[in-house]
Design a protein around this ligand. Structure first.
Ligand SMILES: [Zn+2]
Length: 712
């Protein structure tokens, strides 16, 4: 347990080292001993043992320190890199599709649970390697790094990054408990399905087709968004309103527990009444009950609204008793037990923002608010209302009408992609050419392609970077029997963006400790940049209106996700202010926060004050404080895109100039977002580039929106 040693004992160790190394080293000695003592547990030995260790391990000679730093860097690249390769091998049969001859087997299902990394972290402390680093190198909190890094060289950045690895020592049991509740929450949200085919409107209609079962919130949101393409506008609107009502019942925990994922019940979300689907007649024989189900009925009236409710109604209507908020509370309580072991970031928000993202929470909030309050969003809301021909409603936060691909049918796109990439090997072979068209010189394109292995994915696709420089990055993509389809290709281009960033920020680096990007949002920015250009790379010339539509779609998405991110952040602040809250109190707090964010930033454009729909995201329940990365990723992508356009348009730009600029930017590595973005584009992280692009796009829109944009 932290701080087990009395202050006087620590002071005696400091004096012991001072006698040996002299007062000139006092600042380093004091800091080093305190850093070790704060992470010294009874099982590591008594104060005498701490003193002996510190005396033997403290280094005063700068040349010796430099050698130790280099050695730790070299060794940890191999340790972490090989562990990563072991993990990739264990996960291989689950993630990579090697065809029917190589299915995942029962032993593979066991092997995926083998994770060696936590043992290494434990051993780094037990074997006192972490203690050695803590004694000799300073840990920087984010605030200190931001304040002091202005004058740092690359080695200073790398030493600071190294100490992030040793700053936290959390007991395995505490970590395991936190992982257990996180997994339980993940399971809760990943099995929370709603039978849309069993929903009733107040007038007794069943507007969704038989078999439509969707997960909350992802599936419900995507279904809602898909109705914008529905030619039957009135029907679409009624379905969207019904889905919104479902979401409201879920966040308020008024949803009848029996109605969740139950094909046997009909649920009318407006009145919240439930009833059995088709009660078996009393004389039904077992044979009749076992008969094959009737063919799916077309959507339409199923039952009149005034039919008497069957008995047992009250029992069926019992609400889901705050399970959603119990899950979140369990995560909060487990995280509170982690807090004392992460002294540089002693709360979950601090760990997410300061250790993970390296941006203070209040700065992220200010960035989000800069989008939420932007006049460009007012103009965009007006444009969406004009396109819909009606005032906006709350679910229009998921408006999806800005589509760049409208003029190419899905079939045409599929055919083009299939012809270009009939197999995984064809996609691998095409990488140098694709990268060349993305702006890389031939030699760099070949070098990048040689560092990326394309694998056939079982899932939708993902990018798995390397950790050791001797290894290669993997691009997992799905290629069907008949070749790759457009959807898979679009995902593959996104993953290629990740891979290119991963290769430059590892293989091109001066210091391994700086491998990577400031945080997730920055690798997403690279992925968005590549994904954006998918049609162009298929040989379909880009059009200005496509780019405009895509930009407006991105601003609207960023606005929506900024809202839900803000709710997530404020809920965590409330949790830390009310550590003993019961689930019902948390529920009321979440709803109040959702209303507050809606009323402030959404009601002025979409009306309906008091709307609680911003509380629906499952991320908030199972992936705490992850949401802001989506908004930050879009914001950063627009800044990078603007910079690359400048390079492209600069007088005398040679071929490969854009690629060279991307390489320079990626090779900065894991600095703070602030330092990285300044190095990349000469300005801090800001939504200005996104908003400027949206302003321009709004000006080229015909009709009222152009007028609104002109007044901005
Ligand atoms: Zn991504």
């Amino acid at each position: 347990m932290a701080a087990a040693l009395p202050t006087e004992a620590v002071e005696r160790v400091v004096e012991r080292l001072l006698r040996r190394h002299g007062a000139g080293q006092e600042e380093r000695i004091r800091r080093g001993v305190e850093q070790v003592a704060a992470r010294w547990w009874p099982e590591d030995g008594d104060a005498e043992e701490l003193g002996a260790f510190c005396e033997a391990s403290f280094q005063a000679d700068p040349a010796e320190l430099e050698r130790s730093f280099r050695r730790l860097e070299q060794v940890m690249e191999q340790v972490d890199g090989h562990l990563h390769e072991v993990r990739r091998e264990l996960m291989g049969p689950i993630e990579v599709d090697r065809g029917p001859a190589a299915p995942a087997t029962a032993v593979d299902a066991l092997l995926v649970h083998l994770d060696l990394a936590p043992h290494v972290d434990e051993d780094l402390f037990r074997e006192r390697i972490a203690g050695f680093a803590l004694l000799n190198f300073p840990i920087h909190t984010l605030r200190r790094r931001l304040a002091e890094s202005g004058g740092w060289d690359r080695a200073a950045w790398a030493r600071s990054a190294m100490m992030d690895r040793f700053a936290c020592r959390v007991p395995a049991a505490v970590t395991q408990a936190a992982n257990r509740v996180a997994t339980a929450a993940e399971e809760y949200v990943s099995t929370y399905n709603i039978r849309l085919d069993r929903l009733l409107t107040p007038s007794g209609e069943r507007p969704f087709p038989e078999g439509l079962r969707l997960i909350s919130h992802w599936g419900l949101r995507d279904q809602l968004a898909s109705h914008y393409a529905d030619p039957d506008a009135a029907g679409a609107l009624a379905r969207q309103r019904l889905i919104l009502r479902v979401m409201e019942r879920i966040v308020r925990q008024e949803i009848p527990a029996a109605a969740i994922d139950n094909p046997g019940l009909l649920w009318e979300p407006e009145s919240n009444a439930v009833q059995p689907l088709a009660p078996a007649p009393p004389d039904a024989t077992p044979a009749a009950l076992a008969a094959p189900p009737a063919p799916p009925a077309p959507p339409g009236p199923a039952r009149g609204p005034r039919d008497p409710l069957p008995p047992g109604q009250n029992e069926l209507a019992a609400r889901e008793p705050d399970r959603r908020y119990e899950r979140l509370l369990a995560i909060f309580r487990a995280q509170r037990r982690v807090d004392p072991y992460t002294p540089t970031a002693p709360s979950l928000p601090a760990r997410r923002f300061e250790l993970g993202r390296q941006i203070p929470e209040e700065e992220v909030e200010a960035l989000l608010v800069s989008v939420l309050e932007a006049p460009e969003v007012d103009a965009l809301a007006g444009e969406i209302a004009r396109r819909l021909g009606r005032p906006l409603e709350p679910f229009d936060i998921w408006y999806s009408g800005f589509k760049a691909r409208g003029r190419h049918g899905e079939a045409e796109l599929d055919a083009r992609v299939k012809a270009a990439f009939p197999t995984v090997a064809d996609f691998q072979a095409a990488l140098p050419e694709l990268l060349g068209r993305l702006g890389f010189a031939a030699e760099r394109a070949a070098w990048l392609a040689a560092h990326i292995v394309v694998d056939p994915a079982r899932g939708a696709g993902h990018a798995l970077g390397a950790v050791r420089r001797e290894d290669r990055a993997h691009l997992r993509t799905r290629v069907g029997e008949a070749g790759m389809d457009y959807k898979a290709y679009n995902v593959a281009m996104h993953e290629l963006g990740h891979n290119v960033e991963q290769v430059f920020s590892l293989d091109g680096m001066d210091h391994w400790w700086l491998a990577g990007v400031p945080n997730n949002a920055f690798t997403e920015a690279f992925a968005f940049l590549f994904q954006e250009r998918d049609l162009e790379l298929l040989g379909l010339a880009p059009r200005a209106e496509d780019r405009d539509a895509s930009c407006l779609g991105t601003l609207w998405n960023t606005y929506e996700i900024a809202g839900v991110s803000l709710v997530d952040m404020r809920v965590w602040r409330w949790l830390y202010a009310h550590p003993d809250a019961a689930p019902a109190a948390l529920r009321e707090a979440v709803l109040a926060i959702a209303r507050e964010v809606w009323d402030r930033f959404f009601a002025p454009r979409l009306g309906h004050p008091g709307c609680e729909v911003l509380a629906i995201y499952s991320h908030m329940i199972a992936y705490s404080l992850y949401l802001p990365d989506y908004a930050l990723g879009h914001i950063a992508a627009f800044q990078l895109a603007a910079r690359l356009r400048q390079v492209e348009q600069a007088a005398g730009a040679r071929p490969g100039a854009v690629g060279a600029e991307l390489e320079r930017i990626a090779r900065q590595g894991r600095l703070t977002p602030e330092a990285w973005m300044r190095g990349a584009v000469g300005a801090p992280l800001s939504a200005a580039a996104l908003l400027a692009a949206a302003r321009q796009a709004l000006e080229s829109v015909p009709g009222d929106a152009a007028g609104a944009a002109a007044q901005l």
